[in-house]
Design a protein around this ligand. Structure first.
Ligand code: FBP
Length: 551
């Protein structure tokens, strides 16, 4: 196996731990604080989680902890989309576990949660873990999107853990995976299985955050990677002065990635889906806004620009939000009948009469490719895969038409040459930034101390992330405190609440204050590539979103 020079250099990087985690693991304990409550729907969430509801927040503090020395077996699973830093969660967990007792074993379940159900696993040895330290990707054990939620899956998970001699399971995932971790912890307690379940907050989308979680891991590296590329495109746009670049950015629902990238690069336009929804803008209104800006810049001779489009936009435009919800529901109910239809014509005929008149009208007005993308395979949660919908192409086609109409009225005489980009997969497996490398390693360490303290149904958290790593504060938060009741497939369900962009929050306000200026004056900012070695102000700064939220 050959390694790149950076890969070799990263193997030698020692992630920075919070001061409290730098000593002997047997001299750090979990200290309970006040009991917690869910933020809303308390009675219903308490009823759904009678064993784990109301547990106290815990912090990691100095104190004798002989339990950390016990020989134990721990399982770990990576769940959902890749996010930079996953390998370091495993490395931190491994190092802390072995520091507690060198005979302890870390077992990795293969291919995500389905690996637990199927009992597919490997023992993670030092030789394996060392080959992945400070590198991107989830290759060490793979990932998957299977949901662990049925009693049968829970039984299988329990028997896999028992067979492998595991007393704890660490679930690294987003809101849905951690919701399932909470259900699993409750189930194990209720059925007397002595298996501790601890979650770790992962997702590049940045939407697993709340009063207790400052950010999910991966968001930092992914946004810095996209911002580098957007900055390069801005340079090209400003040099060539002939293209309008439309960049769609990942983020299944929330627009945190688009907002952070806008703050880092100052493009001419960035659409924030949450604002579109609040203003109840129609697709035609969004198009009008973009066409207006293209025309305005053309008046100043600037027939170029850079626009950021969040991938989830389409679901936030009210008429399409309703349409997509209806299609999701319909396809979930009649999956077989739908699968039997052989082409788009047949699908269209089938949808007529099943969708509401408004939804069918919205659907019919779309180009055929977009119709087909809306009907393509659902994700395991039954939702449309927004990353497959070419919203950026839909918008530029409509903007082009609108500009032609403006030209016919004598109100536009520029040249509109759009180019399309989609940045998502480019950033999910990048070498983690120092921030993500340090944060993830600390989360892994923290997860070990929680499970050694017998804290089941907790999420590992590290707070104070806008300060130097030395001052970070690791601890644990009961998963039930983050829950809310939401409607899923027609039923109320307790789930961890997804954080959308807060339009009253500092990051959005900072963007809103400047966007008019950025739209016409070309105040592009070029963040350049992530730096791993060099001064802290270049290498260790967290995202602008985190810095603003914590300021
Ligand atoms: P997670 O929420 O699982 O972290 O994944 C997020 C994400 O990267 C989204 O931004 C994107 O819409 C989706 O995954 C793509 O999924 P897939 O990897 O299945 O194509």
């Amino acid at each position: 196996m050959e390694y790149s020079a950076l890969q070799k250099a990263r193997y030698g990087y020692s992630p920075k731990l919070p001061g409290i985690l730098r000593g002997d693991v047997a001299a750090i304990l979990t200290k309970a604080g006040r009991p917690t409550e869910a933020a809303s729907a308390r009675a219903e969430i308490k009823a759904a989680f009678p064993k784990t509801y109301g547990m106290p927040e815990v912090e990691l503090a100095a104190g004798s902890n002989p339990q950390a020395r016990e020989r134990r077996g721990v399982g770990v699973v990576l769940s959902g989309g890749q996010a930079p830093g996953g390998h370091n969660v495993i490395a931190g967990l491994f190092d802390a576990l072995k520091a507690g007792n060198p005979d302890s074993q870390l077992v990795g379940f293969l291919g995500g949660p389905q690996g637990i159900v199927d009992g597919k696993s490997i023992e993670l040895t030092a030789a394996i873990v060392d080959g992945y330290r400070n590198t991107g990707g989830f290759e060490i054990i793979g990932s998957g999107r299977t949901k662990l939620e049925t009693p049968d899956q829970f039984e299988k998970a329990a028997s896999a853990c028992k067979r492998l001699g595991l007393s704890a399971l660490v679930v690294v995932g987003g809101d849905d995976s951690n919701t399932n971790a909470a259900v699993l912890a409750e189930h194990f307690l209720a059925s007397g299985e002595p298996i501790t379940v601890v979650g770790v907050p992962k997702t590049i989308d940045g939407d697993l955050k709340n009063a207790q979680i400052e950010t999910s891991f991966g968001f930092d590296t992914a946004t810095k990677t996209y911002a580098e590329l957007i900055g390069n495109i801005e340079r090209d746009a400003g040099s060539a002065k002939k293209y309008w670049h439309f960049v769609k950015l990942m983020g299944r629902s929330a627009s945190h990635i688009a907002l952070e990238c806008a703050l880092q690069t100052r493009p001419n336009l960035a659409i924030i889906s949450e604002e579109v929804e609040r203003k109840r803008q129609t697709l035609a209104e969004v198009v009008e806004e973009i066409a207006g800006l293209v025309a305005k810049r053309a008046e100043a001779g600037d027939n170029f620009g850079v626009a950021l489009i969040p991938e989830g936009l389409i679901e936030f435009i009210p008429e399409f939000g309703r349409l997509i919800a209806e299609i999701n529901e319909l396809l979930a109910r009649s999956a077989e009948a739908f699968a039997a239809l052989s082409d788009l014509e047949g699908q269209l005929a089938w949808l007529r009469g099943k969708l509401s008149a408004e939804a069918f009208a919205a659907f019919s007005a779309l180009p055929r490719e977009i119709q087909a993308q809306l009907l393509s395979d659902r994700d395991p949660h039954g939702n449309v895969q927004v990353s497959h919908i070419e919203t950026e192409k839909l918008l530029t086609a409509m903007v082009g038409e609108r500009l032609e109409a403006l030209a016919a009225e004598g109100k536009y005489s520029g040249k509109f040459s759009p180019l399309h980009h989609f940045f998502g997969y480019e950033g999910r497996c990048a070498f983690p930034s120092n921030f993500d490398a340090d944060y993830c390693y600390s989360l892994g360490y923290c997860a070990f101390l929680l499970l050694a303290g017998g804290r089941t149904g907790y999420m590992a958290v590290v707070r104070g992330l806008s300060t130097p790593a030395e001052q970070w504060k690791p601890g644990g938060i009961p998963l039930t405190t983050m829950m809310d009741m939401e409607e899923r497939h027609g039923k109320k369900k307790a789930v961890i609440k997804k954080a959308l962009v807060d339009l009253a929050g500092k990051p959005f306000k900072a963007f809103a204050e400047k966007r008019v200026e950025w739209s016409v004056a070309n105040h592009y900012l070029y963040p350049g590539a992530i730096q791993y070695f060099g001064p802290p102000e270049v290498c260790d700064q967290p995202t602008i979103t985190l810095r603003l939220e914590r300021s």
